[in-house]
Design a protein. Sequence first.
Length: 132
Amino acid sequence: MKKQKLLILVLLAACPFILTGCLAAAAVGGAAAAGAGTVAYIKGELKATEEATLNKTWEATVAAIDELQFLVVNKLKDNVSAELESKTADNKTVKIQLKRVTDNLTDISIRIGTFGDESLSRYILSKIEAKL
């Protein structure tokens, strides 16, 4: 009987910590579900969702890379996704992936090199957004 009471007390004491984790996860999930305008830098990759068609986002991406004078290495596009790979003047690989979410929502992923570069990724995203 004492062991049961002790176990219940331990579980009750742990509840605030357990629930805090759940609330944080719910907050992050809610932010991700918010849609357009969502931007997150995770594990070396900048992810954003823009309120624009895949074609319009593709055109803005190509124009931004052209304006930045990056060397385009590879371009692939179909009706649901697109990928553009380029090199900076100091030979960093820039990989931009687009994915159609809905008719008017597009996910953008930007990765610089193997480990990422948050400031350059955000700068590239700002150039893409300016073209949208």
